[in-house]
Design a protein around this ligand. Structure first.
Ligand code: HEC
Ligand code: HEC
Length: 338
């Protein structure tokens, strides 16, 4: 309990005094204004890959599954730290997170060591640059941001259909109004809700309880997010645990596409197809080391967890995974962003 308080105090202390700490200041000559910050590639990467666990918008003690980025910054960047040193330190940790290397001792005790997932060095460098050069946004960044920017969104960027074959050229990747980003926001927000509850349950009650939690709550939680966004939100897989999550022929095609992209180390970008005013959005769900407790090889799964899987899902085929594999995809459809 004491450790939790310490961590929180560090976080708060840092938040409240950051205006006076020159290292973190955004330079005030307008060369790095809001617009530049919001189009920095590191920002999007951080919001989609790290905020699931390091979100600034989970103030309640209960809801946190990792320390806020602002606390990480405070531990990694001192008066003397250069951008290069920070970038290197960040990579050293993420490339192989261990308890020994961790600087946030309180966070390790409270949350466990960060689950390993193979990130690309170039992505982490961009995130490091963004973190170093800019102040990090405070709560409610994503949803508020999108609500503000999507009023009166127009239709019709790009052609119908198989946009993903040559995407990247056609779709301006960081355009906040595009259906790519709206879909991504729905996926990331839903993933946050599911992930927060999953990790929270594992941390507090263990993996078997978390199995039960997924069994009972994965659907209701996904549905409540779908209601909230007025969209259809599904998680589907070629190797489903719950038979209701079996991918359709069309979705299987997307899964194959993303598997190839991951195998060839390509940038992962959403697929968007338009059909009669509806947008169908697809984005891969990748595994990290935490997932393997329930989706890994049978030797990775504890006997009591395995027993729970077999009894709840007699037809389960969602095992045998390693890290950074396509466990499934988000399949989301929506008309207009409200
Ligand atoms: C699945 C949840 C999860 C995701 C996703 C995640 N982290 Fe973490 N991270 C954690 C947890 C939990 C901790 C606290 C324990 C620790 O320090 O290892 C942590 C700690 C850290 C630390 C501090 C390590 C230390 O020295 O103690 C850094 C740096 C970090 N994360 C960076 C990142 C970055 C950058 C990303 C995105 C590319 C990211 N994390 C994505 C869960 C996550
Ligand atoms: C505590 C055990 C547990 C952990 C850890 C876990 N899952 Fe699952 N997962 C489940 C259960 C149980 C279901 C079935 C949920 C249902 O019945 O709706 C499931 C379903 C899924 C589905 C939907 C498709 C299907 O197979 O039914 C995806 C996608 C998925 N998990 C991805 C992941 C990823 C990615 C991670 C790691 C970030 C992860 N899971 C971690 C237990 C777990």
């Amino acid at each position: 309990m004491k450790k939790i308080v310490v961590l929180l105090v560090v976080g708060l202390a840092f938040t409240s005094c950051k205006k006076n700490v020159s290292v973190y200041e955004v330079v005030s000559d307008n060369s790095k204004d809001e617009t530049m910050a919001s189009s920095h590639p590191g920002k999007t990467l951080m919001e989609t890959q790290c905020y699931i666990c390091h979100s600034p918008s989970a103030p309640e003690m209960e809801g946190r599954i990792g320390p806020p980025m602002v606390a990480i910054k405070a531990h990694y960047i001192g008066e003397q730290t250069t951008k290069e040193e920070f970038s290197k330190d960040l990579w050293d940790f993420l490339n192989n997170p261990t308890k020994d290397k961790a600087k946030l001792r309180g966070a390790v005790d409270r949350f466990g060591v960060m689950p390993y997932q193979p990130y690309k060095k170039e992505d982490i460098d961009k995130i490091a640059e963004y973190l170093f050069d800019y102040e990090i946004e405070e709560p409610e960044w994503f949803e508020e941001h999108f609500k503000k920017h999507h009023e009166g969104e127009g239709e019709g960027r790009g052609k119908h259909g198989k946009g993903y074959r040559n995407q990247g050229k056609k779709v301006s990747s960081n355009h906040p109004r595009g259906p790519e980003n709206i879909g991504l926001m729905y996926a990331v927000e839903t993933k946050k809700v599911l992930g927060k509850n999953l990790m929270g349950t594992i941390q507090k009650e263990g993996t078997v309880e978390a199995m039960k939690f997924c069994n009972e709550k994965a659907y209701p939680l996904t549905d409540s997010m779908a209601n909230h966004f007025d969209a259809k939100i599904k998680r589907v897989s070629d190797k489903p645990r719950n038979p209701s999550n079996k991918a359709s022929a069309d979705e299987l095609e997307k899964i194959e596409f993303f598997k190839n992209a991951v195998a060839n180390n390509q940038d992962i970008k959403p697929i968007v197809e338009r059909f009669r005013g509806e947008k169908n959005f697809y984005y891969p769900i990748l595994t990290n080391s935490m997932c393997l407790q329930c989706h890994g090889k049978s030797s990775d799964i504890k006997p009591d967890v395995l027993a729970s899987i077999t009894s709840l899902y007699p037809d389960d085929v969602a095992m045998g995974y390693d890290v950074n594999q396509v466990r499934g995809i988000w399949s989301i459809s929506f008309k207009k962003h409200k």
